[in-house]
Design a protein around this ligand. Structure first.
Ligand code: PAF
Length: 282
């Protein structure tokens, strides 16, 4: 594995691949790597000549300073995991200055309304921060393919929109959610759950799979009411939102249409930790 902390040095390495017409796969991460991240890297290794992984906890996408402070930072073990997976992977792990220079601020983006739904409503400025860092990283890495997990389905839709609207020449590949044995979606934040919370958090995916079954015969609002009641009964959970939305526009489903694909989205606090998940209702 080769590690770069300065974009100028990474660029010099990448320019040599471009001269040789090699393809570059890119996996942007904020570290605290788990099996979900490693599977994105495997997908990239399979389909590209070179794979670049970035590890950068991006301050501008955190609307809550405490969340940024507590975000797990595990660079040593991240590098070990990457090296064990494949020693040819190129890692870019910059500091804030290398990315933002003197002003750590985000730009403002228009994602045709995708940014006003779900995460956008509850995390003001979050998708401006995501757009800012992803665009910067694409400019530095210049990848042919970039890999994003479907756990952050709204982020994936937003990145696709960003690329389309800004005519960035990269193919965005969405990859399925990796789950723990009990169904809990893998997330770097899971590291902050106690053993008991981790066991109990299985309720999130269990509820999503049940909601999917119910959606066969019930309306979106009936399913939403059922999910709300289910979480009210459990004191360690606080449901922030549950929404059934059109996969393309992310607009809430008011009346089912046979021509649309729907997905259920959820954000729940387990004690003080916020987790998100989603499931296709197809
Ligand atoms: O999904 C993440 O880990 C982050 O939002 C990303 C895409 C690496 C941007 O900071």
């Amino acid at each position: 594995m080769s590690l770069y902390v300065k974009q100028t040095e990474l660029r010099a390495c990448i320019n040599s691949f471009l001269l040789d017409n090699k393809t570059i796969g890119f996996v942007p991460t904020m570290g605290a790597l788990h099996q979900g991240h490693l599977s994105l890297m495997q997908e990239s290794l399979k389909n590209n000549d070179f794979t670049v992984v970035s590890i950068f906890v991006n301050p501008t996408q955190f609307n809550n300073p405490n969340d940024l402070k507590k975000y797990p930072r595990t660079i040593e073990s991240d590098l070990e995991k990457i090296n064990a997976l494949n020693s040819d992977i190129i890692v870019y792990a910059p500091n804030v200055e290398d990315i933002y220079g003197e002003k750590t601020v985000s730009k403002s983006f228009d994602y045709d309304g995708l940014e006003f739904q779900m995460e956008g409503k509850h995390r003001p400025g979050h998708f401006d921060g995501v757009g800012t860092i992803v665009k910067k990283l694409f400019e530095i890495v210049n990848p042919n393919n970039a890999y994003f997990g479907e756990k952050d389905f709204q982020q994936l839709a937003i990145v696709k929109k960003l690329v389309k609207k800004n005519k960035i020449p990269v193919n965005i590949v969405g990859c399925t959610i990796h789950r723990e044995v009990n169904g809990l979606a893998m997330s770097s934040r899971n590291e902050r759950l106690s053993a008991d919370e981790r066991t109990k958090a299985a309720l999130i995916y269990k509820t999503l799979t049940e909601a999917k079954k119910l959606f066969g015969t019930k309306t979106a609002s009936e399913v939403t009411n059922w999910v709300t009641k289910t979480f009210k009964k459990q004191s360690i959970f606080e449901l922030e939102y549950f929404e059934i939305a059109d996969e393309e526009t992310l607009l809430t489903c008011k009346r089912k249409s046979k021509t649309k694909n729907y997905r259920a989205f959820i954000a729940v606090f387990v004690n003080n930790l916020r987790l998100i998940d989603n499931i296709s209702l197809k």
